[in-house]
Design a protein around this ligand. Structure first.
Ligand code: EPZ
Length: 423
C-alpha cells in the first residue's frame, strides 16, 4: 500500500465537490432491477465505484463508465446470480446486490461481508427484512443464499436501528414486489432520498424518503431512465474541516448545504465563520476556535463519516471537547494515531475526550479506513513539519481527485505508490 506525504499548509481558495459515493453505490445496485438502459450522471471516479461496476459486469450487465464526464450507462439482463468473494471482500456495500438479483432471477448468492476497521458491520437487519419480504435466506459456508418466495400483500419491516444500507436494500427490492411495504424506523440520510428519486424515475411508487417511515407500493416492472446523483456531503464536510483546521478560508462549491446542518451548527459553536449559499459555503477560521461537545447520530444528527475529521479540528481547539460516537461505537482507530502526533485525547467507552493543544507534530501515521485516512491527511496539513500517512489507498475509495483538490487549495501533498501488495 502507498503513502501520502503532507507538509504544514494553510488550505485556502476554492474546491468543487463531486457526486456522492454513498448515493452512487446503492443506485448502482438498484439498476439491476431493469434490463433497460439506465444513464447516471456525476458518478465519481473512485475505487469503490469501480468495484461496484466490476460486480455489475460479473452479474452480466453491460456497463460503460465515461470517467471524464462521470456518466455511467448500464443495460442488459443479469446472466449470473453469484457475486464473488474477492469483490464483496473489498466493499461491504456490494452486499446490496443480493436482493435485486434474487428478485429478478429468483435466487442469488453472495459471501457474508466481513468487518472493517470501523466495526463488525453485521447484515442481520438486511436478512430479517428480506425474510419479511418473503425470501428464503440461508447460510452455507460463508455464503448467503437468497431465494424469492411469496410476499404477503401488506408488510411492515421495523428496523431496530435506522440502518442506511438496510433501508436502501429493502426499499429497492420492495419496489418490484406485490402489495405494499412500509419500512419503519428507516434511515433518513439524503442518499435515501436520491435512491427514492432514481427508483421512482424507473417507474416505482415510493414515498417517505427523508422521514423514518417509507411506503413502497410494488409495481410489476421497472424501466430505464436518466438520473444525476446528489453532491457528496461527506467530501464537502471533509474539505470544510480541512480548510478550518489549517487556519485557512475558502469556498466549497457544488454542495447541498441543507445536507450538512449538524456540521454548520458544530462549527458555529466552535467559533468558525460559516456563510451558506444554496449550493456553496464560505468558511473562515477566526483566530483560535473553541472546543465543543458533539453527539454523532444518524441523520440529521452529526454524521459518523465526519467524526474522525472533526476530532482533528477539535484537537487544536481551545478548551475541552467530548465527541460521542453513537453509530459505530468503536470507530476510533484514528485516535491513537493522532495522539502520536501530539494530540491530547482519550477514549472512554464510545466517547473521545479531547483537550485542545497548541500544535500537532508531523510524524508517520497509519490510515485504517476511508474517513480516518482523510482525517490524518488533514492533521498532517495542520501539523508542524512533515507527515507520512501510510496504508493510504483507503482515501481513494471515497475522495475523487483528492491529491489535485488538496493541491489546488495550497496543500503541500504528494502520493508515493506503495510496493507492498494490498493485504
Ligand atoms: C452506510 O454504511 C455508509 N456507507 C457508511 O459510510 C456510513 O458510515 C453509514 O451508512 C452510517 O451513516 C454507504 O452508504 C455505502 P448502517 P452502512 O447500516 O449502511 C448497524 C463511508 O465512509 N447494523 O447505517 O453499512 C451497524 O453495525 C462509509 O462512506 C446492524 O447492526 O451503515 C452500525 O452500528 C463508512 N445490522 C449501524 O447499524 C445491520 O444489518 C449503522 O450502520 C446493518 C447495520
Amino acid at each position: 500500500m502507498g503513502s501520502i506525504i503532507v507538509e504544514k499548509s494553510v488550505l485556502q481558495g476554492e474546491v468543487e465537490i463531486s457526486g456522492a459515493k454513498n448515493s452512487a453505490l446503492p443506485i448502482l445496485a438498484a439498476v439491476l432491477l431493469t434490463d433497460e438502459e439506465i444513464v447516471l450522471h456525476k458518478i465519481p471516479v473512485l475505487s469503490d465505484v469501480e468495484t461496484m461496476i466490476d460486480i455489475l459486469r460479473t452479474a452480466g450487465k453491460n456497463v460503460v463508465f465515461e470517467r471524464d464526464t462521470g456518466t455511467v450507462k448500464v443495460s442488459g439482463p443479469i446472466l449470473h446470480t453469484h457475486v464473488p468473494y474477492e469483490l464483496v471482500r473489498k466493499m461491504r456495500a456490494s452486499f446490496n446486490v443480493l436482493g435485486p438479483i434474487a428478485v429478478m432471477m429468483g435466487e442469488s448468492s453472495t459471501p457474508l461481508p466481513g468487518g472493517c476497521a470501523i466495526g463488525v458491520r453485521p447484515v442481520d437487519f438486511h436478512i430479517e427484512g428480506l425474510k419479511k419480504l418473503g425470501f428464503d435466506v440461508n447460510y452455507d459456508h460463508g455464503e448467503i443464499l437468497a431465494r424469492r418466495g411469496n410476499k404477503s400483500e401488506d408488510v411492515t419491516v421495523y428496523l431496530p436501528f435506522p440502518s442506511v444500507g438496510a433501508t436502501e436494500h429493502l426499499m429497492s427490492v420492495a419496489a418490484v414486489l406485490p402489495g405494499t411495504t412500509v419500512i419503519e424506523n428507516a434511515a433518513m440520510e439524503p442518499e435515501i432520498g436520491d435512491l427514492q428519486s432514481l427508483l421512482n424515475e424507473m417507474g416505482a411508487d415510493i414515498s417517505g424518503a427523508g422521514t423514518s417511515r417509507i411506503l413502497i407500493k410494488g409495481v410489476k416492472r421497472l424501466h430505464g431512465c436518466e438520473h444525476t446523483i446528489i453532491p457528496d456531503r461527506i467530501e464537502a464536510g471533509t474539505y470544510v474541516i480541512g480548510i478550518l483546521a489549517t487556519g485557512g478560508e475558502g469556498i466549497v462549491r457544488n454542495v447541498r448545504t441543507d445536507h450538512l446542518d449538524a456540521l454548520w451548527a458544530a462549527l458555529e459553536k466552535a467559533g468558525a465563520v460559516v456563510k451558506k449559499g444554496e449550493n456553496f459555503v464560505e468558511i473562515k477560521s477566526w483566530n483560535k476556535w473553541r472546543g465543543c461537545d458533539i453527539d454523532v447520530l444518524p441523520y440529521p444528527g452529526f454524521p459518523t463519516d465526519l467524526q474522525p475529521q472533526i476530532i482533528v479540528y477539535l484537537s487544536l481547539a481551545q478548551g475541552t471537547s467530548m465527541v460521542t460516537e453513537n453509530v459505530f461505537k468503536t470507530r476510533f482507530a484514528h485516535v491513537g494515531e493522532l495522539v502520536r502526533m501530539g494530540a491530547n485525547m482519550k477514549i472512554k467507552e464510545n466517547t473521545v475526550i479531547i483537550n485542545g493543544v497548541e500544535k500537532l507534530q508531523g510524524t508517520t501515521v497509519m490510515g485504517t479506513d476511508l474517513r480516518a485516512t482523510a482525517a490524518l491527511v488533514i492533521a498532517g496539513f495542520a501539523a508542524e513539519g512533515e507527515t507520512e500517512v501510510t496504508q493510504v489507498e483507503h482515501i481513494f475509495r471515497g475522495y475523487e481527485n483528492v491529491i489535485e483538490k488538496f493541491s489546488k487549495l495550497g496543500g503541500k501533498i504528494r502520493y508515493v505508490p506503495g510496493g507492498v501488495p494490498e493485504i
